[in-house]
Design a protein around this ligand. Sequence first.
Ligand SMILES: [Zn+2]
Length: 350
Amino acid sequence: MQVFFPTETARHDPAFEVIEGGLRVPYSDACERVPRVVTALRQHGVGDPQPAPACDLGMLSSLHAPDYLDFLACAYADWQVEAPRHAWPPGTPLLPALSSPRRPRPPGSAALQSVFARAGYYVLDLAAPITAGTWSAALDSAGCAVAAAQAVLSGQRAAFAVCRPPGHHAGRDFAAGFCYLNNAALAAQRLQTRIRSRIALVDIDYHAGHGTQDLFYLRDDVVTLSLHADPAWEYPFYSGHADERGEGPGHGYHRNLPLPRGIDDARYLDALDSGLVWLMRQRPQALVVSAGLDLAIDDPVGTFAITRAGLLQIGARLAALRLPTVLVLEGGYALDSLGDNLVALLAAFA
Ligand SMILES: [Zn+2]
């Protein structure tokens, strides 16, 4: 299996995120995640991790809105123009203090003249701060996913992208939850445009991937299955519910399986099996996996009870689909076990 990792990732290093109640807490998506994963993969002989080129704008604009990409590229510089007028400490990230009604705004709209307005429009929550290095790190991360897709198109059975920042909360024109560009969706898009038949995207991250759902909700050429903590009580709350099944041509091609707190291996695998039966009825020709490791029992963010043996089984179930497969890192914040947990998930592909 080929493995790709980002080299610019440490340039995106927010000091904090803001959680409910307005509390500032250390940023869970720590830079350290990438070297921990790469070291574990090398120690276990899983692939030979290589850097990948940054994602090009043509590929990005096949999924993301051009005005959103312009915002991301310029946001931090625009923010710094404001700095002399405020008593901000050096390096203060751009983080919105308001949210805008998400009515379509034409490019150049007066309503989006201010960087404060643009932040409120394009950044949906307080866990996607924009720092000096966010854009280059996001381009690099997306490039890993596209390189992994290209490896599969070139005949690899499977490829893994050590993406950071992650991507599945990023939608067509919004950032959220540590995510700016949707890495897994870009991989699926690359596969779909080259193979020209239906692609499956399975999201096993602990959180519902509302960005991925946003990107493919109206489409039937990328079918999505997501298993995640029930958004009735877990982030992202407003999306990822069982009754969200797609719209228009996409109706019936998207399935959410909300799961209870504390779910164990056996019950998780039952849910996964039923979801995969449904998925394979759609006759996909390739698979993308949003591999979030925050479903693991030792994750400080998640509440599931999935053991390392469970991760082995999840990987085995996915590999048994016998589809060309791109796996993309999403969440997973237990630094001391993240690498070994990933090795377990990938074992059946390695
Ligand atoms: Zn997550």
